[in-house]
Each structure stands twice: as structure tokens, then as C-alpha cells.
Design a protein around this ligand. Structure first.
Ligand SMILES: C[S@@+](CC[C@H](N)C(=O)[O-])C[C@H]1O[C@@H](n2cnc3c(N)ncnc32)[C@H](O)[C@@H]1O
Length: 232
């Protein structure tokens, strides 16, 4: 839709859409870097605009949205701190959603992976800043400024809830959301995943977070859950 306000022409678009492809419900995000694919995802045109189809088997955030995440805290202009950005598959879709008015700081400690993240994502998007550091040392992030609206954490480390809490205490605004991906097998291979999700959620509650939702990611990712928690 095109609106006229004085002399400005403001184009209103949804940056995240639900679409039907071959009868299946899929998600797609408005491509901030037109013509450029990040992980060979499908590009489609909707109302003359280019969208990237978001693969829930490659991105746990897409899986959580399709599994019924009730509150999606990321929107246009959000400021996001992403721990464990890897080569940037999920980060690229967040970059599409937050648009040029938003910013994503992507933390990754593996140099080869970080280089791929820079080549595939950072080079083509002004709203993504790489931080090549250990997420256990948030005091070493030099390029981050101010507080963020969302901390997204997908480190697949046994102590990642503790790492997420450390980062939230330093950078997350009050009332901001922590979206924590829990991979049960990285924490304990014997305990039931359900039990592990409960224990990790309790750790957050003990540190003053309110649990909004715990959502299991199967069949897209077995034994994984996303915990949406608010820092109060
Ligand atoms: C499961 S992968 C992340 C996948 C990614 N979130 C996505 O959806 O595309 C976990 C990543 O976290 C990184 N990582 C693990 N521990 C880390 C730490 N302490 N500091 C920074 N990065 C870390 C790993 O190198 C790996 O790339």
C-alpha cells in the first residue's frame, strides 16, 4: 500500500509474511539485499517485492514461529544481540525483519565460521555488525553500544543459559526478551529433554526473568526448545 503524507511517499510493507507454497504454510522475509541468497533459499516475488523463503529445518526461529510462538518480539527497527550467529542463516532473516532502522550484533568465536558470516551476510547488509569474540566475555564486545531489545542465544553449549544471563545483564533493556534455544543433548544426554527445558527455565526465573513460553521445535529440530523469557 502506498500512502501520501505531505510530500513523503511511505510504502507500507510486511517484512515477515506467511505464504502457502505447494499447499504448505511457509514464512518469508523481505529481502534487504535484493537478488542475494544466503543459504540457497528460494526467492519469491510478492506484490512486486522480493522475499526470501525462511527454511524451518535450517533456522530454529522459523521453526518456533511455525510451531506457534505466541509473541514475536522482533520487529522493524529492533536492536538485537545474537549469540552464536554461525554463518548467519537465521541472522539474515532477522536482518530482513528489523530493516535498515534496526541493528543486529552477531557474536561468533570460530574464525572460519565468522569469515563465512561476513562474506554471506555482513558484506551485503548495513544493519549487521560482526563481533568475533567468546560470548562468555561480553565485556570484550567493543562495537556494541547502548542496550538491546532482544538477546537471541543459540550456542549449543552446556552452560549456555548462564552465558545468556551474563549477556542479558550487561546488554538487555528492562522488559526486553531473551530468546534462548535449548539443545537438550548438549546439556545432558541421559535426562529427558522435557526435564532439561524445565531446569533451564528455572535458572532464568531464579535470575529474575519471567517465562513467557517454552516451545518444542520438533519435527524441525528433535530435542530442542525455544524459551521466550522477559527480563523484569
Ligand atoms: C548451533 S550453531 C548456531 C546456528 C545459528 N544460530 C543459526 O541459526 O544459523 C552454534 C554456534 O555458536 C558458536 N559458539 C559456540 N560457543 C560460542 C561462544 N562461547 N562464543 C561465541 N560463539 C560460540 C559456534 O561456533 C556455532 O557457530
Amino acid at each position: 500500500m502506498v500512502k501520501r503524507r505531505g510530500l513523503n511517499v511511505v510504502k507500507e510493507v510486511d517484512r515477515l509474511k506467511r505464504v502457502k507454497i505447494n499447499g504448505e504454510e511457509r514464512l518469508a522475509t523481505l529481502n534487504l539485499a535484493e537478488g542475494i541468497q544466503v543459504y540457497n533459499e528460494k526467492l519469491i516475488k510478492l506484490n512486486g517485492l522480493e522475499y526470501r523463503v525462511w527454511d524451518p529445518f535450517r533456522s530454529k526461529l522459523a521453526a518456533a514461529l511455525l510451531k506457534g510462538l505466541k509473541e514475536f518480539p522482533i520487529s522493524e527497527s529492533s536492536k538485537v544481540l545474537y549469540l552464536g550467529v554461525s554463518t548467519g542463516t537465521t541472522a539474515s532473516h532477522i536482518s530482513d525483519i528489523i530493516g535498515e532502522g534496526g541493528i543486529l550484533f552477531g557474536v561468533e568465536f570460530a574464525p572460519r565460521v565468522a569469515r563465512e558470516f561476513i562474506d554471506r551476510v555482513v558484506k551485503h547488509r548495513k544493519n549487521v555488525i560482526p563481533i568475533i569474540e567468546d560470548a562468555r566475555r561480553p565485556d570484550k564486545y567493543l562495537s556494541i553500544f547502548g542496550k538491546v531489545d532482544i538477546v537471541y542465544c543459540d550456542l549449543a553449549q552446556p552452560d549456555q543459559t548462564e552465558i545468556a544471563i551474563l549477556n542479558c545483564k550487561k546488554y538487555l533493556k528492562n522488559g526486553g526478551h531473551l530468546l534462548l534455544i535449548v539443545k537438550a543433548r548438549s546439556i545432558d544426554v541421559i535426562k529427558e529433554p522435557k526435564e532439561i527445558f524445565k531446569i533451564e527455565a528455572e535458572k532464568l526465573e531464579n535470575e529474575g526473568f519471567k517465562i513467557n513460553q517454552i516451545i518444542k521445535l520438533d519435527p524441525f529440530d528433535k530435542d530442542h526448545a525455544l524459551i521466550d523469557a522477559i527480563m523484569e
